[in-house]
Design a binder for this molecule. Structure first.
Ligand SMILES: Nc1nc2c(c(=O)[nH]1)N[C@H]1C(S)=C(S)[C@@H](COP(=O)(O)O)O[C@H]1N2
Ligand SMILES: [Mo]
Length: 213
C-alpha cells in the first residue's frame, strides 16, 4: 500500500509515533482511501432529510436547508481505519450531537443508552450514547475545508476519531462513522450495525486494537 511513498511519509510517521499518536498496528497514510460496501448513493437536496427518532421526547426531521442552519463546529482529529491506515490532523466541520442536545434541539429520554446511525441503502453503525456525545464524534459535511466528496459520504457522514491531548475519550475505528447518513436512532439496548454484525468488534477501541469481535 505504501510502496510509492517515500522517506517523507516515514519521517512523518516517526514524528507521530514519538508523540504517542500512532495506535498499535497502524501506519500513517497521506492518502484518503475509500472503503464501503455497495454503491455511492445520489443526493437530492429537495428530498434529503435527517431524522432523529427512538428514545427522544420529540422525533426530529431536518431538510438539507434546515440542517445547514444548525449550530456548527470544527474539529481536528486523527482517524484510524481498521484496515491499518491512519490519517492525522484531519479537519472536519459539521454538527455535533452534543451541541444539539445542549441547544435543546434533541431531547434524549433518560432510558437512552445507545445510538444507531442509519445511512442510505440500510447501512447502520452503532455506538454507545456516551461516545456519540463526546467531542470526537461529529455529523460532518466538510473535510479539510471542502464539502465531502461523494465517495467519502456527501452530503453528511458520522465521523469518529482520536482527539490529540484527550486520551480519556473513547476512540473507535473510523468505520463507526456512517457515510451518507440519514438518521439517528436513540435506543435503550444495543444493536449491532452492519460491520459489527459481519464480525467487527462492537466497541472497536483503536488503542486496544479491538478490530474483530
Ligand atoms: N454508508 C456506509 N458508511 C460506511 C461504510 C459503508 O460500507 N457504508 N463503511 C465504513 C467503513 S468500513 C470505513 S473504513 C469507513 C471508510 O470511510 P472512507 O471511505 O471515507 O475512508 O466508512 C465507514 N462508513
Ligand atoms: Mo473499514
Amino acid at each position: 500500500m505504501f510502496l510509492f511513498e517515500g522517506p517523507d511519509r516515514r519521517k512523518e510517521e516517526q514524528r507521530i509515533r514519538s508523540e504517542g499518536r500512532l495506535p498499535p498496528g497502524q501506519s500513517l497514510t497521506v492518502k484518503f482511501p475509500v472503503l464501503h460496501y455497495g454503491p455511492v448513493p445520489p443526493f437530492n437536496p429537495a428530498s434529503w432529510d435527517l431524522r432523529v427518532w427512538g428514545e427522544v421526547e420529540t422525533p426530529q426531521r431536518w431538510s438539507w436547508d434546515e440542517f445547514n442552519q444548525l449550530p456548527r463546529q470544527r474539529l481536528i482529529m486523527d482517524i484510524h481505519c481498521v484496515t491499518r491506515w491512519s490519517k492525522f490532523d484531519t479537519v472536519w466541520e459539521g454538527v455535533s450531537v452534543r451541541s444539539l442536545v445542549e441547544a435543546g434541539l434533541v431531547r434524549i429520554k433518560p432510558g437512552a443508552q445507545y445510538v444507531m446511525q442509519h445511512a442510505e441503502y440500510g447501512f447502520t453503525a452503532n455506538l454507545p450514547l456516551a461516545v456519540v456525545l463526546q467531542e470526537n464524534f461529529l455529523l460532518a459535511t466538510h473535510f479539510n475545508g471542502e464539502p465531502l466528496s461523494p465517495d467519502h459520504g456527501y452530503p453528511l457522514r458520522g465521523v469518529i476519531g482520536f482527539l490529540p491531548g484527550q486520551p480519556q475519550l473513547e476512540s473507535p475505528y473510523f468505520w463507526k462513522g456512517a457515510k451518507w447518513l440519514r438518521g439517528l436512532e436513540f435506543m435503550t439496548a444495543d444493536r449491532r450495525g452492519f460491520w459489527e454484525q459481519a464480525g467487527y468488534h462492537n466497541r472497536a477501541d483503536v488503542w486496544k486494537e479491538e478490530r474483530f469481535g
